[in-house]
Design a protein around this ligand. Structure first.
Ligand SMILES: O=C(O)c1ccccc1NCC(=O)[C@H](O)[C@H](O)COP(=O)(O)O
Length: 215
C-alpha cells in the first residue's frame, strides 16, 4: 500500500473532470494554458473551474514560456496554489516568476538520457518543486503531455533537496512499477486517464488512483 502517494491530474477542462479528480483523491489539479494543446483552457474557464475545486486540492496553472502579461492575466483571474513552468524557462526566469507572483513554482525538467540529469540539480536550487518528466522528441508538437515515459532507472535512487513529481506516460498499468523504480512520492499525468486527447475519463482516473496507491 502507498496510501500517502500524491497524484496530480493535469489538463482538466470541465467540471466533471475536476469532480472526478477530487472524488478520487487527487492532491493537485492542473489547468493547461497553451493554445496548441488539446487540453488548453481559456482563462475564464479555468477561473470558473477553480471554484469547483475542493479546499485541500491544490490548483496548478501550467504555462509554457509565458511572459509577464500572460501570467498577470492568469493570476489575476484564477485563484491558484502553484505555477508550473513547462517550457525552456531559465533558472533566472524561474526565480523572477517566483518573486513576482508570490506563488510556489514547479519547473518541469525533461529527461531522455543521463546527460539531462544535471539539469535537475540546476533547477532544484530555485524552485519549490520539480516535475521530472520525459523530454519530448524534437518533432513533438507539445512540450509535455505526450504520453511517453522515460527510462526510470536514470533517476533510480536519486534524491533532491526539494519535493518532486514523476511524470511522462504514466498509466494504470505502469504506475506501480514507476514508483517502485524511482521512489517517487508524487506522480503527475494527463493522457493516461483520457478517453481521447483532452477528454478525461472518470473511471480511468479512479482506477489510476487505486493503482498508484496500490489498493
Ligand atoms: O498536457 C499538455 O497538453 C501539455 C502541453 C504543454 C506543456 C505541458 C503539457 N502537459 C504537461 C503535464 O503536466 C503532463 O501531466 C505531463 O507532461 C505528463 O503527461 P502525460 O505523458 O500525458 O501523462
Amino acid at each position: 500500500m502507498r496510501a500517502d502517494i500524491r497524484v496530480k491530474i493535469c489538463g482538466l477542462r470541465d467540471a466533471a473532470a475536476v469532480q472526478a479528480a477530487a472524488d478520487a483523491g487527487a492532491a493537485y489539479v492542473g489547468f493547461v494554458f497553451f493554445p496548441k494543446s488539446p487540453r488548453h483552457v481559456e482563462i475564464a474557464t479555468a477561473a470558473a473551474l477553480a471554484k469547483e475545486v475542493p479546499v485541500g486540492v491544490a490548483k496548478v496553472a501550467l504555462v509554457v514560456n509565458a511572459d509577464n502579461a500572460q501570467l498577470d492575466a492568469i493570476t489575476d483571474a484564477v485563484p491558484l496554489d502553484m505555477l508550473q513552468l513547462h517550457g525552456s524557462e531559465t533558472p533566472a526566469r524561474v526565480a523572477e516568476v517566483k518573486a513576482r507572483y508570490g506563488l510556489p513554482v514547479m519547473k518541469a525538467v525533461g529527461i531522455a538520457t543521463a546527460a539531462d540529469i544535471p539539469q535537475i540539480d540546476r533547477y532544484a536550487a530555485v524552485v519549490d518543486q520539480l516535475l521530472i518528466e520525459a523530454k519530448p522528441e524534437k518533432a513533438a508538437v507539445l512540450p509535455g503531455g505526450n504520453g511517453v515515459p522515460f527510462d526510470w532507472q536514470l533517476i533510480s535512487g536519486r534524491r533532491w533537496t526539494v519535493p518532486w513529481m514523476l511524470a511522462g506516460g504514466l498509466t494504470i498499468e505502469n504506475v506501480a512499477d514507476a514508483i517502485r523504480q524511482t521512489g517517487a512520492r508524487q506522480v503527475d499525468l494527463s493522457s493516461g486517464v483520457e478517453s481521447s486527447p483532452g477528454v478525461k475519463d472518470a473511471g480511468l482516473i479512479a482506477r489510476f488512483m487505486a493503482a498508484a496507491r496500490g489498493d
